[in-house]
Design a protein around this ligand. Structure first.
Ligand code: SF4
Length: 200
């Protein structure tokens, strides 16, 4: 059986009160309780407590309003993390415009905007993806490949062009949306960009 001063790894005599060198290992508490058991005195001479509890000499209440507030906050945070994890789509799309030319006119008189669509398959399996343009009057999509097969974790940059009928679309900038879907329809993402009639 050892006394509190003998078991303290930092050499503190806790009988002089709480000291800055204490690492909260609680070795002195166990040693003290053993001594108190041996001499027949109540345990807890050295213990974790609060100044308020010492002053009021009443046991502290466990079920306090603050506890419920913390539990509610924790539940909201856990719910947010679970929602973020389950709602995550393991497919990424990024659209970059052709920086050299905002738009051009092709030999059929249609306004052409060029983009690079980067697809990233973030699943653990291979999938084949298709890119479509959200239906919009006067706009059509031209792809180099209809299907984009990607291995797990693979990315691919695909050049795409959107054509606008100058008799139908408005002058200026028109928002366009590209949709990407896996072959089984399980994974879908959409991304918006701008179709412009300027810069020809
Ligand atoms: S809690 Fe650990 S470090 Fe602090 S006084 Fe007790 S035995 Fe020493």
């Amino acid at each position: 059986m050892y006394m509190c001063v003998q078991v303290c790894p930092t050499g503190i005599d806790i009988r002089d009160g709480l000291q800055v060198g204490c690492i909260q290992c609680a070795a002195c508490i166990d040693a003290c309780n053993e001594v108190m058991d041996k001499v027949g005195y109540p345990r807890g001479l050295i213990r974790y407590t609060t100044e308020r509890q010492l002053a009021e000499k009443e046991p502290s209440r466990v079920l306090r309003p603050r506890l419920f507030a913390y539990l509610t906050l924790l539940a909201v945070l856990c719910g947010g993390v679970i929602y973020a994890l389950t709602d995550r789509v393991p497919l990424e799309i990024d659209i970059r415009r052709d920086r050299n030319q905002l738009s051009s006119i092709n030999n059929q008189g249609m306004i052409e905007n060029s983009y690079i669509v980067k697809l990233t398959n973030k699943t653990q399996d291979a999938h084949t993806y298709t890119i479509t343009l959200a239906p919009q009057e006067g706009l059509s999509l031209e792809l180099r490949f209809n299907d984009v097969p990607l291995e797990a974790g693979e990315s691919f940059d695909m050049p795409v062009s959107i054509y606008g009928d100058p008799d139908v679309i408005e002058f200026g900038q028109t928002p366009v949306t590209l949709n990407v879907s896996s072959e089984n329809g399980k994974y879908k993402v959409s991304k918006q960009n701008i179709f412009t009639t300027q810069g020809q």
